[in-house]
Design a protein around this ligand. Structure first.
Ligand code: MSP
Length: 494
């Protein structure tokens, strides 16, 4: 059955080894905009937005041990910081899942048991036991091949991987690969943008991908979900984590699962593309479930060309941005800086000037000028068409659907700029003083155009800046239009 009138969107669940930074915030903000956009279109009850935290595995256990606290207390603390950051950014998720939730743990065990009895398309057991001898990078939480190392180090974490020799349970990936390649090629599983799709197909077609382990020895990773049939083993953290996208919906029998799976949009950055485009589809196929419709991949961004890291000390805390600019302006500043998908530098040093130019002098000033003039010259009365079926709104919405957030915002700010220019050139304050009836007519026309422009602008902004948009719509639809007492955006000091 095709389920078209619903929208299920997910972000990766973030590791709690560290507190939230602007990289996590970016993906979550994008998801928030899309969720809000689709709620307007499909109704609140037909949209489900999931985010959360990934709390098991060696990496988390090590971080807790360093602080001398038990892993549960540690993950409770850090997970709270993620929830607080998303509250500060006014993120409208429907569920915040934690992999330490009892419900999640129980369903993951059910999933593992289903995998245990599954057969591959070639009629082999999907899961088998084998000895593993090789290398493991705790930072990546993955087994790593000798050939992937650079100067003996993991290229992402610049650390020497651990050398392992364990008996683990393995997933027979090879048997699922032809089918995964097919589904990606014929866009049954869309990987967007196209360049990332080609990257995945490149990996699938050129490399002999080894089977992946679904468990780790309890002795080396004591912090995780028990493997139901082998008490010496814990579930591999990526199997635990990827499952969150369906455990959150109460797989297999939950109403939400029936209604919302498959996902319509799974957001992530390219760092975890392989897990989502190869391992995740394989797991789903082994469970006999449909694959997500679209994986939307964005770039990894840097600070002055460098990776964000505690060692370098260049980590940007989204809470600080919210304190300075407020939640909605922070979202605007981040999404308008570069196109979705791009690998780019985040330049927070550009934010103050952009905030003043676009929000204080651009949108804020337009709202106060137009409402002030309607209040003064037209006794607060103007004829609003409230037509939202315009080319402008449609074009902005089409861009949001295509994840072209920066372009959508550029369109909106172009109209803001044009409207501000119209105020400057038509000089309503002179027209209002003229006794000439033609001037009076022009005054009404100009202020009507400007008010309608503002209406369109506010409507188009809803998904990005819901409170600002609503505040403008409230002013415009009041029985008497009045200039707001407080400006929408406060000018920054210094
Ligand atoms: N826990 C895993 C994901 C499991 S999903 C089943 C994980 N966590 S993470 O905390 O490392 O988050 C990675 C994700 O955070 C990226 O895919 C991206 O969405 C976001 N980002 C983290 N740092 C980022 C940048 N510097 N730039 C852009 N996005 C970033 O991997």
């Amino acid at each position: 059955m095709l389920k078209e009138n619903k929208y299920y969107i997910t972000t990766p669940i973030y590791y709690v080894n560290d507190k939230p930074h602007i990289g996590h915030a970016y993906t979550t903000i994008v998801a928030d905009v899309l969720a809000r956009f689709w709620r307007e279109k499909l109704g609140k009850e037909n949209v489900y937005f999931l985010t959360g935290t990934d709390e098991h595995g060696a990496k988390i256990a090590e971080s807790a041990a360093k602080l001398n606290i038990d892993p549960q207390t540690f993950t409770d603390q850090v997970s709270k910081q993620f929830q607080l950051a998303w509250k500060n950014l006014d993120i409208s998720y429907d569920q915040f899942i934690r992999t330490t939730d009892e419900k999640h743990k129980k369903i993951v065990q059910e999933i593992l048991l289903k995998l245990k009895i599954a057969q591959t398309p070639n009629g082999n057991d999907t899961i088998y036991q084998a000895d593993y001898q090789g290398l493991y990078c705790v930072g990546c939480e993955k087994f790593i091949l000798e050939s992937e190392l650079v100067d003996g180090l993991c290229p992402d974490h610049k650390k020497v991987p651990q050398s392992l020799s364990e008996k683990n349970w393995f997933f027979r990936l090879a048997d699922y690969l032809p089918s995964i390649i097919n589904k990606i090629k014929n866009n049954e599983l869309v990987i967007f943008p196209e360049s990332r799709k080609n990257e995945v197909l490149g990996i699938l077609e050129k490399q002999a991908l080894p089977d992946f382990s679904i468990s780790r020895s309890k002795l080396s990773v004591p912090w995780g979900i028990d493997l139901p049939w082998d008490k010496d083993q814990k579930a591999y953290v990526w199997v635990d984590a990827l499952s969150n996208y369906i455990t959150a919906l109460d797989y297999p029998d939950g109403k939400n699962f029936q209604k919302f799976w498959p996902a319509d949009c799974q957001l992530l950055a390219l760092d975890i593309l392989k897990f989502h485009a190869i391992f995740w589809p394989a797991l789903l196929m082994a469970l006999d479930l449909p694959l997500p419709k679209v994986l939307n991949i964005h770039g990894f961004f840097t600070i002055d060309g460098q990776k964000m890291s505690k060692t370098i000390g260049n980590v940007i805390d989204p809470n600080t941005l919210v304190e300075t600019y407020g939640a909605e302006s922070t979202k605007y500043l981040i999404l308008s800086q570069f196109a979705f998908g791009a690998e780019s530098d985040i330049r927070v040093e550009d934010f103050p000037a952009k905030y003043n130019a676009d929000l204080v002098n651009g949108l804020g000033n337009l709202v106060s000028r137009v409402t002030n003039m309607v209040e003064q010259y037209l006794s607060g009365q103007v004829n609003l068409s409230k037509d939202i079926n315009t080319e402008f709104v449609q074009s902005v919405h089409a861009k949001i659907e295509q994840l072209k957030f920066r372009d959508a915002l550029l369109d909106i700010w172009k109209l803001i700029q044009n409207a501000n220019v119209l105020v400057d050139t038509s000089k309503p304050w002179l027209l209002s003083k003229s006794e000439n009836p033609a001037d009076q007519k022009t005054l009404v026309e100009v202020l009507t155009t400007l008010s309608n422009d503002l209406y369109q602008i506010a409507f188009a902004l809803k998904a990005f800046m819901p409170e600002t948009a609503q505040a403008i719509l409230n002013i415009l639809t009041a029985t008497e239009i009045k200039k707001p007492v407080e400006p929408l955006f406060k000018r920054l000091e210094n």
